[in-house]
Ligand binder design. Sequence first.
Ligand SMILES: Nc1ncnc2c1ncn2[C@@H]1O[C@H](COP(=O)(O)OP(=O)(O)OP(=O)(O)O)[C@@H](O)[C@H]1O
Ligand SMILES: [Mg+2]
Length: 378
Amino acid sequence: MKSLPKLCLYDIMYKTVKRGKILSIIADDNDFNQKSIVTKNPVVKPDFDEGDKTFENSIRPKNFDTYIGQSSLKDALKITITAAKKREKTLDHLLFYGPPGLGKTTLAGVIANEMGVPIKITSAPALERPRDIIGILMSLEEGQILFIDEIHRLNKVAEEILYPAMEDFYLDMTTGKSQTVKTLRVPLPKFTLIGATTKAGELSGPLRDRFGIIHRLEFYNEEELTQVIKRTAQILEIKIDEKGAKAIAKRSRGTPRIANRLIKRVSDYAIVKNDGEIDEEIANKSLDILKIDEFGLDTTDRNLLRLIIEKYDGGPVGIETIAAAIGEDSRTIEDVCEPFLLQCGLLQRTPRGRKVSPQTYRHLGYKLKNQSSQQTLF
Ligand SMILES: Nc1ncnc2c1ncn2[C@@H]1O[C@H](COP(=O)(O)OP(=O)(O)OP(=O)(O)O)[C@@H](O)[C@H]1O
Ligand SMILES: [Mg+2]
């Protein structure tokens, strides 16, 4: 081995790895494609739920034409993809961030389809050990997309391995022990990393800087959600009219995942009450039964807002106090309930804690703070 030129040694190693010989030792395929924390969510919480898996895969848009909304992001991506294809180069690494259920994973699949390349999907918690990330990197093909979900949860070691892979398409590996230790630079095929996170703020600076393109996904408007609902209804062969779709869209918290969940629930109700057909009345009645109000708030959201109004005179109040009072975990409140409440102006974040807005008082049927915080009859 010693007499072999360096390049030749790497070549042998690379080819061996490509044939899957080393791969089987360093990578455990069972770890791929795993989601991390899986919890049961109430119907209007945007988190991924294991029960959504098969259903979501069957209705995921596969290309830009069927991917609804996010128009400025789509326009930018179309240009990037066309340019990469013309140059016959791989895409720059991309980072998508935004609240859960807005279509980050779906978009990664759309990009792979539009580029005509395969995609490998994993999530940061599945890449705990160095061999996990090394294995997945070595299994990539030229031009392939590697999608890492929840990328803010990558540990330091995995990040360090990823840096040279993202920048120069090399993997720095050490072999041997103590005095005989050697560093090898193993070349990797040119690939595109797509990272997704709901918490861009928790991503380390050096990792964020290695993404050439960074995009935020926005909440969807009512019109876009109506289209999402009509498309899903068509795929699932559910009969729904325009007004029925709009009624569901209004209560979907700007999130396609919730819209898709609600249509299933409303459809159940419609089967029992209206021969399976969804109109405005059926949609509203079934959503009322689910205790989802016209803003898309559920009982937990309303309890949270009521607490701030009734016990803390509209706030500000600390998140830990709120969490203890309503019996929820503070991270769940921050990650799951808050993004939409902040977005629609029912909750505000201040340095001294959370407070509600005059709109919250009106929405929940309270007199405004400066008049009286007593609840009134609407
Ligand atoms: N633009 C869209 N048009 C139509 N359907 C969409 C769109 N975006 C998302 N969806 C639907 O919403 C569901 C959730 O999307 P997706 O899994 O991509 O969200 P996500 O942002 O990756 O969520 P998470 O942060 O939990 O991983 C999917 O079933 C998908 O079909
Ligand atoms: Mg996702």
